[in-house]
Design a protein around this ligand. Sequence first.
Ligand code: 5GP
Ligand code: MN
Length: 352
Amino acid sequence: MMNPLLSQEQIALWHELTGAARNIVITAHRGPDGDAIGSTTALASWLQRHTKADVRIVVPNIFPDFLKWMPGAADILVYEHHEDEVRPVVEQADLIIMCDHGELRRMWTLGDVVREHPTPRIMLDHHLDPEHDIAQLVISHPELSSTCEVLMRVLLESGEKNGSEPVFTTSEATSIYAGMMTDTGAFTYASNRPEIFELISILLRCGIDKDRIYRNIFFTYSPNRLKFQGYMLYAKLDIWKKAHVAIMTLTNAERRRFGILNGDTEGLVNMPLQVLGMKLSIFLREDTEHPCIRVSLRSVDDFPANEMAAAFFGGGGHKNAAGGEIWGTMDEAVEIAKKAVQKYMPLLKDNG
Ligand code: 5GP
Ligand code: MN
């Protein structure tokens, strides 16, 4: 089977921290995605079954409707716009487990609340360059597909061995699978390691319906959303041929025109990579809550989207899926995108 992820010291510390806690708060990054919701809900359920602690999930802001079906999602506390109710929950915690983010600033103002609350923390993550000194136990594995994969391996290695009995409830397994699936584009990137399929076979034995999970996540369009996608591809897709780059922009006026909801833009950034030869897709969209432009980058093969995101868009991420933001106008964001593409032209143009 697989090489262990954790050292004996890490397993001991995991048991020590989770065993001693009475009030555990699990956090995720701003703009929670399938991996964030999957890892937090699976972990909350597991800890409720295996520890004496009261376990709460707190996320910085709302998450998309297509994740609301996930088991346990209804109990998630949202900090933004509920600061006064949710802050005390964080301040009561005697253990904070950060899922799917390696930096407190990825939680914006909730990150400040967590930073100022002096309590032990555990980090479960797969992003590059984690802040090592913010957690007593850092389990950070950028080489893994998803935080759900990290979590599953942590729970398998630290949990009691039950022979052939399923170790996860079907709900927990469903959350974990959903996170792995969404962070790999349904296993079309970042998923070549054989271990991930060994883990999936365990999840299937726990009773998940993977076909249904796929439909629950991806086949949930409203008619408006499908029409909106058609509009974006027909009217807003710009291809910079020489660079093999596709770029799309979206304003809040367009969101209103098509009546699209939070989450309806999900996945759009991947579509231009269906064009033969494309190496990079850039999606710039006005944030719905703040005066900034959200940036999503998707690339193929070795193009380092995360380096471009860090160098030009104040962000980061993974090699093939990264993001950031620009505090400026859409025109400024497009100019920055042009500069970024210019800088990376040697990698993008033919034979690059
Ligand atoms: P998305 O395009 O789906 O918003 O983000 C794709 C990936 O990029 C995320 O999984 C995350 O790893 C990374 N990412 C997105 N936005 C940011 C950001 O503002 N900062 C950092 N460090 N990473 C980001
Ligand atoms: Mn993730």
